[in-house]
Design a protein around this ligand. Sequence first.
Ligand SMILES: [Zn+2]
Length: 292
Amino acid sequence: MISNLSFKDLTRARGINKAFHRSVDDYLKVEYSRDLRTYVDRPLQFREVLRSTRSVISGSFVVRFVMRRTEQGDMRVGDLDIYCPLSSASGVITYLEEDERYGPGINITHDPDDELEEAYPISAISCVTRLYRESTQSRIDVITSDTNSPLLPIRHFWCTLVTNYMSADGICLTHPKLTLDARGCIAPAQLGDVAIEHAVEKYRARGFRIGTFVDNDATHQGGETTGYCPQRLRNFNDSLSLTFKFDSFNEAQLLHTFPILEPTWKYGGWLCGGRCVPADPAGNTILTAFIV
Ligand SMILES: [Zn+2]
């Protein structure tokens, strides 16, 4: 029965009681492994690498994972995007080359023809390394953060739909109400950018409704802010984000505890759909809180 539920329904079922909670978590673990098998032969060992290096997966892999059993659930995912802390990215690359038989990683950070660079302007990124495995024709991009937080680059993403991640043991959606309805708001500072238009079209073609914060009724209702206002200061672990661990590998370790940096952000821009006054009318205001 659980396998027929959408992710939205799974999160509801998970709240019913302990037995459902456990069943949903077990199911998601199996599904995570199944999806990862497109890219790696040993998903559990790969998750251990994510865990020990504090790396996360982001991009369309996560979007498809949460769109299961919906119209958008069959979307094609190209490469797997792994976001790594500066200090541990080389460990992830070495693991893929030596244990998963990927060819030598190639630095594509400055390739102007590359789609990833077009869609995600380099921000808080130190380097992008592309790995390819001939036998399965699978491609992985390892994105090295320029700090020890793998999440800093994700906060700069172009749309609320993709500002999500999966860690070794859990998942975080920053705009769950919109995302699980297959909707997304474009970051105001990136509106009109040709490369972003390309990304918008790609998601629209997959059946997602991508618009501005102003267009979006989830941002404000009757002039009142609902929390998704682009002037609001956000972080991955705030009350608007949907976060949960589906594996209790290490209960003591909180999913979102990246002790050096906890990224926060505001999308900013002039218009939000309500009457909020932007702190910085010039555009994007992105802040970082340092937590030692
Ligand atoms: Zn507002």
